[in-house]
Design a protein around this ligand. Structure first.
Ligand code: BGC
Length: 347
């Protein structure tokens, strides 16, 4: 009898250890197409594993149905927390409902999950500030306060299905709008509305196509372009390609970006892109791993914004990391000395 109880005790101990070890975190990333999501996914996986969790990391090939299936599978296989960077913020409702029914906490990663109550936390960079940094850079580089102008400026924004895209665009537009209204900035294409300048899927080729159309219709006669405000690096790349192939003006315009993707940093070094915004994915991943730990240990979850991010159902408690201005003058310290890239990455 004694032996039986001893065995039972050993079995129970073993079971509870497996249960503790088995804490599993699902990580759903939008695509491997864009450099940043590969880095985000890899950072999260490494940090979560280091913290002792099992990880199910999936990339959804920018296909909403695939991401829905992947998240549903994470729910079905009993993940303890699910972290999601959505392709389209409002398309994962069914999987979020399923997570809610099983009381699985969900963290929206970088992009807010919309129109659903089962979003527990949001961790991102300050998206509006990203746009402000871009707008202020253009304002100062063109010296809009003092110079006479007028200056020709065009805009390219992100994916309308990504809640971040509006924040980036509005951040930049709020800085530059007064100059458009006063006539110091002219937008020859006439396209200043988000819907008009948006880039579905954020794809380089899509941004390039619109940029070619804008250049052909408005700049073919050699009209000078002073700046092209692009919300991120993948779209900035498309605009740069289009300008290189089709622009007939004599001065190279200021082009903005965001993410410090390798190709764009090379373009900054080559003088083709004026700036980018560095969002250290290591910082965001570390913050989210911290959140996961706090949730699973039942501790208070650290947030620093409980007002800004309303997903149409609720304000989601958020942690906003700070984005950092980057250009050819500081990329060495920001990106290389910090170990984010090697010199070889940028050759
Ligand atoms: C991210 C950006 C990224 C863009 C395209 C946005 O949600 O915040 O960093 O450039 O998606 O992937």
């Amino acid at each position: 009898m004694k032996k039986f109880f001893a065995l039972l005790l050993v079995a129970m101990l073993a079971l509870s250890c497996t249960a503790a070890l088995a804490e599993k975190v699902g990580v759903s990333m939008p695509t491997k197409d864009l450099q940043r999501w590969n880095q985000d996914g890899e950072n999260m996986e490494n940090l979560l594993k280091e913290a002792g969790y099992e990880v199910d990391l999936q990339f959804a090939n920018n296909d909403v149905a695939t991401q829905l299936n992947q998240v549903q599978t994470m729910v079905d296989e009993g993940c303890d927390v699910i972290v999601i960077a959505a392709i389209e913020g409002s398309s994962l409702g069914a999987a979020l409902d399923a997570a809610g029914a099983k009381e699985i906490p969900v963290i929206a990663y970088d992009r807010l999950l919309m129109d659903n109550a089962n979003v527990n936390y949001y961790a991102t960079f300050d998206n509006y500030m990203v746009g402000t940094v871009q707008g202020e850079f253009v304002r100062d580089a063109l010296d809009l306060e003092n110079a006479e102008g007028p200056f020709n400026v065009e805009f390219t924004a992100g994916d309308p299905g990504d809640n971040n895209a509006g924040y980036f665009f509005n951040g930049a537009m709020d800085v530059l709008k007064p100059y458009i209204e006063s006539g110091k900035i002219v937008v020859p294409s006439g396209e200043t509305e988000f819907e008009k300048v948006a880039t579905p899927t954020w794809k380089t080729e899509v941004a390039q196509q619109r940029a070619e159309d804008v250049i052909n219709s408005n700049y073919a006669d050699g009209t000078e372009l002073d700046a092209w405000v692009c919300s991120n690096d993948s779209t900035a790349l498309g605009v740069t390609n289009a300008l290189e192939a089709n622009y007939a003006g004599s001065n190279w315009p200021i082009i903005t970006g965001q993410d410090c993707d390798k190709q764009n940093v090379k373009n900054m070094i080559a003088g083709k892109q004026a700036m980018s915004v560095f969002k250290d994915t290591r910082t965001l991943a570390a913050q989210v791993v911290k959140m996961v730990g706090q949730i699973l240990k039942g501790e208070e979850v650290e947030v620093n914004d409980t007002e800004t991010y309303n997903n149409n159902v609720k304000v989601v408690p958020s942690y906003l990391c700070a984005p950092v201005f980057a250009n050819v003058d500081n990329y060495q310290a920001l990106l290389i000395d910090s170990g984010y890239y090697t010199e070889d990455d940028l050759k």
